[in-house]
Design a protein around this ligand. Sequence first.
Ligand code: UD1
Ligand code: MG
Length: 497
Amino acid sequence: MNAHAPQAVVVLAAGAGTRMKSAIPKVLHPICGRSLLMHAVTAAAGLDPQRLVVVVRHQRDLVVEHLGEHAPYALIADQDDVPGTGRAVQCGLEQVDADGGTVVVTYGDVPLLDAEALGALVTEHEESGNAVTVLTARVPDPTGYGRIVRDEEGREVLGIVEHKDATSEQRTIDEVNSGIYAFDLAVLRSALERIGTDNAQGEMYLTDVLAIARGDGGAVRAVVTDDPILVEGANDRVQLAQLGAEMRRRINERHMRAGVTIVDPAATYIDADVTIGQDTVIQPGVQLQGATDIAAEAEIGPDSTLRDTVVGRGASVVRTQALLAEIGDEATVGPFTYLRPGTVLGAGGKIGGFCETKNADIGPGAKVPHLSYVGDAEIGEGTNIGAATIFANYDGVTKHRSRVGKHVRVGSDSVLVAPVEIGDGASTGAGTVVRKDVPPGALAVSAASQRNMEGWTERRRGGTKAAEAAKAAQARSAAGETQEPQSRDRSEEQENR
Ligand code: UD1
Ligand code: MG
């Protein structure tokens, strides 16, 4: 347990969020790869509290399902018909079966607040022996916020007045309530018993707890944040985008300070949970999403989107779309490459231009350099898949898996009709349709040998430009100018053109 681990954190998320104009609950809208609520819950969990309670009401089933998936440790409290932040906290405390200690209250729609800022609030609260400590901010436009009313010396907080209930003199106060507090649990319980709904909004105001606690003789104080955006909530989509941009800027800065080169931070989108190793270079136009994990000394981009993808040390990934893929150390991917779930590329391997892969285990040093589809396949170490090879994994009913051994040479334009197996060290000729297993070391060819029907163009396409060109070539050849091309029968393709 952390030195200042609170008894509970109560995250308020029962509000309707009408200004979002959305079918989904406000707190489930994401920025930087996490819902607003999960940003708040992650910060709260960072305090290592005995209990983490989320108060729900509006679209509660969707919110509860989301928490079940992403924060199963959270306790759920349902708010009843009585409106207001005071009632929300009272309902939240029903999940807290303790009498003493510190309770932190935060909002589910305040995404930038982190565990560090919350921890500082808790430390100040406990070290000063306060009954209530409120996190406040001085803002240029305090309209709409609760105002912090201080005593003459300015050290103690007398209370909070909501904007709608404030006198014009009180409205000139520029110190506002963030809605984030640390409370002594016993003080909070007792004060909540005594708050009413006799105010401009007819709600139980949590803010009324402060004056009550002071009336009971407790110390009520404020901690002013020097970074007001930390306590800003997202009420509509404009604010959602603004807070998203600020979070992105901070995430990029964190990576750069840790030794990652980001060529153009304004054109780089990195989700909150992404990890990146030192000396990796992120080119412009890159989105790193979800639980993507990039090792050191890699180069990503330009123009790539990687979601839940692992990239090894020194790998290069250019103009690529990847989902749930794993790219080995020193491997190269792209450009114009689509890696679908279950793609695993071994160390030093290559998936080149205009290739698509899915459920494909491609061994170390193996190469799929050009224009291929590899689905449901295993490709052994050092194997080369010729240009335009297709793993035909789907027979229209079921998907089947194919296996290609080590150091195999698959000729260009081969089709592997799954399920099929090509043994170690085997080869296929260009244009082979592989329907039967190929034993190790064998060469498989399926195309009929080439026949040249001399004079066909003249007979069947006489008078065309092709026929004229052919005639001219034949005349030059007869005059000994050039050698007519020899008919050849080449089954083996170049490996890696
Ligand atoms: C509240 C504060 C105000 C502060 C402001 C900061 C009160 C009375 N006022 O005002 O002093 O400056 O936040 O943003 O507390 N919620 C519930 N249940 C409810 C009502 C709200 O869970 O019945 C949740 C909302 O989902 C939201 C948070 O509490 O996350 C704040 O609610 P909101 O209605 O935005 O409060 P404000 O009136 O803005
Ligand atoms: Mg609000």
